[in-house]
Write a protein that binds this ligand. Structure first.
Ligand SMILES: [Fe+2]
Length: 131
């Protein structure tokens, strides 16, 4: 899955994080081939960071502009946070790696969809930023 300019919201930090998420699909494919727990652990670490730091950055941007779609967007973020913590719990509980990888793949697909449909709506805010 390749990053495309059309998904850009025009905010360097946010766009870079989104691009990293797209690259995570390749990292996951590699982890599947190797079947290594460490590689899967790294991917979960990345996702944990993504749903805290990255989401916070988007939320701050929306709040600073009194964005009308904030509540809906924030609710989506909370859903993702729950899914990531669920994956982490399962991983730590030694749930089968195949099951974990399947859950991660499904999560990444949903996150990519979120970028393409929900995050794109914050693009107009970026032009108004005073950064
Ligand atoms: Fe978002």
């Amino acid at each position: 899955m390749n990053w495309q300019e059309q998904f850009s919201v025009g905010h360097t930090d946010i766009d870079n994080h989104h691009e990293e998420l797209f690259q995570l699909v390749s990292a996951l494919d590699l982890a599947i081939q190797k079947g290594e727990e460490d590689a899967v652990d790294d991917i979960i670490n990345f996702l944990e960071h993504y749903v805290t730091e990255h989401f916070e950055e988007e939320e701050e941007l929306m709040l600073s502009h009194n964005f009308v779609g904030y509540a809906t967007h924030k609710a989506e973020h909370e859903k993702f946070k729950y899914l990531v913590s669920d994956i982490r719990t399962n991983f730590n509980d030694n749930t089968s790696l195949t099951h974990i990888i399947f859950s991660i793949r499904r999560l990444i697909d949903t996150l990519v969809h979120h970028i393409q449909t929900i995050d794109i709506a914050i693009a107009p805010l970026v032009g108004e930023s005073h950064e």
